[in-house]
Design a binder for this molecule. Structure first.
Ligand SMILES: Cc1cc2nc3c(=O)[nH]c(=O)nc-3n(C[C@H](O)[C@H](O)[C@H](O)COP(=O)(O)O)c2cc1C
Length: 191
């Protein structure tokens, strides 16, 4: 019975995304930050929780998938990572990125995905948001988390990109994200 509810929750995700997808127009970019390694409540993961969700969105929207990658990878060790992340948040760091979007101007709607780190976006996501001109673009925030939900990150993105239209954000627990591909494949929702 529990598994049935998990699956219903996953379908809810797809449908709630469906609403945002119908508002998304023109060319779509699905940009995400995600970490691989020892993760909260999951142990060692080989694909990041946010990466899983981002791939499904790109598949459903036909959007271009783009990974926001810092020059310096975060440690695979969870505790080591939290130390660095909390220091970066406290100092409002803007970690340099090693990836960049070609011809950003061509995109009309940008999905932005990230894990919640200390009730906020990882600082590398702000580096990304501040690196491009989002004026006039639609932004759909989505996050994975360990229980905090969006944690007002949609409002932070609104403040960072005041000339964009921020559509309703979407959140999912990391542990649920890890179950999505297997279940959706089992139910033949995705190939
Ligand atoms: C440095 C760090 C800080 C975190 N802070 C929070 C938090 O404040 N609230 C929360 O619900 N989860 C928090 N988490 C858990 C992650 O948001 C969650 O596991 C997420 O799904 C990881 O996504 P990823 O695999 O795409 O990196 C934190 C994880 C890390 C590594």
């Amino acid at each position: 019975m529990k598994r049935f509810f998990v699956f219903l929750a996953m379908l809810g995700i797809i449908f709630s995304f469906g609403q945002n997808i119908s508002h998304a127009q023109g060319k779509i970019l699905v940009a995400y930050f995600s970490r691989v390694g020892n993760e909260y409540g999951l142990g060692n993961i080989t694909k990041g929780n946010t990466a899983i969700v981002a791939e499904i969105i790109a598949q459903k929207t036909g959007g271009e998938l783009f990974e926001i990658k810092p020059v310096k990878n975060y440690p695979v060790d969870y505790d080591e990572c939290t130390k660095i992340a909390s220091r970066e948040k406290a100092t409002k760091a803007r970690p340099a990125l090693s990836t960049s979007v070609e011809n950003f101007a061509q995109y009309d709607t940008i999905f932005i995905g990230y894990p919640i780190w200390y009730g906020d976006c990882p600082m590398a996501v702000y580096t990304f948001l501040e690196s491009y001109d989002f004026s006039g673009k639609k932004i759909v925030p989505f996050c994975t988390h360990g229980g905090s939900g969006l944690s007002s990150t949609d409002q932070q993105i609104t403040l960072t990109c005041p000339n964009s239209k921020i559509l309703q954000g979407f959140e999912i627990r990391g542990v649920t994200a890890q179950k999505i591909p297997r279940r959706l494949k089992q139910e033949s929702v995705i190939g």
